[in-house]
Design a protein. Structure first.
Lengths: 319, 319
């Protein structure tokens, strides 16, 4: 099968198709999404080498342990967990100490014709959710993660900083959960897109200092993080959603003196994201800037890397 | 009156005694404590100039608006608040936007014979609490602040990093609240002191990575902060208690990927601290390394600054 592999540089290569281990299903990938984390991986994050990609929708083509899965359209969770460690036994399976993560750490990704994953990772995509929406389940779930950590509907003022893919999805998810969200950004096209989804916007990454109950940092930049910390009110909460390479300077004095809570937020609930898509309560499809056949995967990544680009998809059925 | 003033350098100077504004009491200071924040102020923190000091016990000598206060022994809160701003009206008076802070910001401190403060700031010290214990009410309240932010008794493993004054008081306060505290430090004398108070210790500032539910950073050093972040478990909490000058490098990736909560913690409940002292549930007096008359205040600060020193007191009655 063809796959987009990061090894000595990024290249489309021919690989032997994966085989199902016990409890696994083989999935024919339909669409996959390029994420900022993929670009970080290509810059050295986690020293990953192998098939890239972790956002996908596909169809089960083989499942020896439970053939009823064959033919089902699925969006798979990206963390493959052991089920036995302390984290797994205490409801934090995403923090599993022995986890592998599709396309990021210890497990091949989905920028390929086929991928093998545990049945336990699969979520069936309802018929009402088309592939173009379903490919967003993983990042949309990550966006919904915040509202499982904090009661966002009870807040007076919520700022999401950064109008990139992540910021837009977070703003959509939080607005859908009843939070009084304002999306802060500097890109007219993206802010108009947010406004089209009914979200209030502000054409800046700065706001009235110390004014927001909750600020979500989704710029992915150190300066955005600084702005975010300035924007949160005393005893407010700053959610960190972007992963940065290396350590970042943070004004810990502000955190102490104003008793700020800084909260890390990563993967989220696939069921919540799928439910929102099925109800058409959130529509991420306007974020799609381009779809490339897998054969043009290297060009797709280049496009995703170019400034101002929102979501780039890879279509595996259009080899 | 004599007062220890930070202006062009630190000096004992003769000042006109303060007068009571409306709603204020004039307090004859008995004992005052030198805090790490005083040393930070002397290094430029908040650009404060004026009479130093914020930890004290004293006796009310004048109170035109309510003479019943005269003769009472008091420990005063250090934040003088407006009572009208958003923070004051929403139960966060310590975050008052127009606050002044005794000896730190906009208001003379207590390294002086007399200090004037609002009646609303005064807490009566019970007879069972002697002056040497009462002078610790402010820092002990700050130590208790953590257990008002987090249910510490429900945790499995709590580490306090740093065996200085702050770390010792925090360990005492958290142990008293039922938390399974281990105090991490490198100073034999201080760790023995903690052990004498029934607290488990570890002769290191490092521990098993990712093992603790709650880690309190009380070293005041950037390396201690790094160690603290490594020690906290996925989805655990890191409490920042030390104020650092300037921005500090922090591995925000760890915060995001492991969904760590970083929580700033500052001033605390005086009533809780006074109650613990009155019950003799906590005894901070073994932390006293030296007591100087106010006349030797400059030497007292020098002593407080010297490596390994715990609490240095100023005695205003022994001029």
């Amino acid at each position: 099968m063809k796959a987009l592999v990061h090894d000595e540089g990024l290249a489309l290569v021919e690989l032997a198709p994966p085989t199902c281990e016990a409890g696994e299903a083989l999935i024919a990938v339909r669409l996959a999404g390029v994420c900022a984390t993929d670009l970080e991986v290509l810059r050295g994050y986690r020293d990953y080498r192998g098939v890239m990609g972790h956002e996908m929708v596909g169809e089960v083509v083989e499942c020896p342990d439970d053939p009823t899965w064959v033919g089902r359209r699925v969006a798979p969770e990206i963390n493959v967990t052991c089920g036995h460690c302390h984290a797994c036994r205490h409801g934090c399976a995403n923090m599993c100490e022995r986890r592998s993560v599709m396309g990021i750490f210890g497990r091949p990704g989905c920028f390929a014709e086929l991928v093998a994953l545990p049945i336990a990772n699969l979520h069936v995509v309802p018929d009402s959710v088309d592939d173009l929406a379903a490919v967003f389940v993983e990042p949309l779930a990550a966006a919904y993660r915040i509202s499982t950590q904090i009661d966002v509907a009870g807040l007076q003022s919520v700022a999401v900083l950064g109008d990139g893919k992540l910021g837009l999805l977070i703003a959509m998810a939080m607005a859908e959960r009843g939070a009084p969200v304002v999306l802060y950004g500097r890109h007219e096209r993206k802010l108009l897109l947010a406004e089209g989804a009914g979200i209030a916007t502000r054409r800046s990454e700065r706001g009235k200092p110390r004014s927001c109950d909750l600020v979500v940092e989704a710029t992915g930049s150190a300066s955005g993080l600084k702005d975010a910390l300035e924007l949160v009110r005393p005893r407010g909460t700053l959610v960190l959603k972007s992963t940065f390479q290396g350590a970042v300077n943070l004004n810990t004095n502000r955190i102490v003196v104003d008793e700020i809570t800084v909260l890390g937020s990563r993967c989220g609930p696939f069921d919540v994201a799928l439910d929102a898509l099925a109800r058409a309560a959130v529509d991420p499809r306007p974020l799609i800037d381009a779809t490339y056949p897998l054969a043009d995967g290297v060009a797709a990544i280049e496009h995703a890397r170019s400034k101002g680009t929102l979501k780039v998809l890879l279509d595996m059925r259009a080899l």
